[in-house]
Structure formats: C-alpha cells, structure tokens
Design a protein around this ligand. Structure first.
Ligand code: SF4
Ligand code: F3S
Length: 107
C-alpha cells in the first residue's frame, strides 16, 4: 500500500507534506505533487500536514479519487523529487476545495 495525493492538491500545492516525509518520496510537477508508491513506507506523517486534506491512504480514498493511484505512480517516475517546502501556488487558498480540478492538472 501507499499514500496518494488527490485532486485537491491541484493548483494549491502547499508543500507542507514534503517537510515530514522520512524517505523523500514526493515528486513535484507544475501544479501538483505526487507520491512514489514504490518509496512510500506508509508512515502516515504527511496526511495530517496537508492544508488541503489531499493525502489519503490508498485503501481509504474518497469516492471518485481512484484515478490518482495511477497518476501518482505514473507522474512520480517523470517528475523530480522535492524535499524542501516551497511557497504555495498563487491563489492556492482560492482553489482549495474547488471541485473538478483534474482537467487543470498540468503534466
Ligand atoms: Fe512519505 Fe510517510 Fe507520506 Fe509515505 S506516508 S509519502 S513515507 S510521509
Ligand atoms: Fe499538495 Fe497538500 Fe502537499 S496541497 S503539495 S499534498 S501539502
């Protein structure tokens, strides 16, 4: 199993999560972060750190978020590792909680 970053991270990317990960398994894209499922050790530390509540255990994903299992696996092989907190994206607070952000994911 692994933890998964889901839709509400898109266009927010607060990055608080990367600060606590003991195995540096977060990877960063233009407007989203993903977790490498092959590196995640299920420590649970990142889940409560996300201001957007976007991180879930793979077997506790909210309905409709299942596609993010594949997206985290796929994009983590393509995007670079991120280990330090960055500023959130502009308007992150406005995008936090907005529905239907998947179409806005930049790969
Ligand atoms: Fe990293 Fe732990 Fe979160 Fe997995 S559960 S991404 S190992 S902080
Ligand atoms: Fe995204 Fe939450 Fe991390 S918004 S960058 S999963 S802190």
């Amino acid at each position: 199993m692994a933890f998964v970053v889901t839709e509400n991270c898109i266009k927010c990317r607060f990055t608080d999560c990367v600060d606590v990960c003991p195995v540096d398994c977060f990877h960063v894209g233009p407007n989203f972060l993903v977790i490498d499922p092959d590196e995640c050790i299920d420590c649970t530390l990142c889940e409560p750190e996300c201001p957007a509540n976007a991180i879930f255990a793979e077997d506790e994903l909210p309905e409709g978020q299942e596609i993010f299992i594949q997206l985290n696996a796929e994009l983590s092989k393509k995007w670079p590792v991120i280990t330090e907190v960055q500023d959130p994206l502009s308007d992150a607070d406005d995008w936090n909680g907005k529905a239907d952000k998947l179409a806005l994911l930049e790969k």
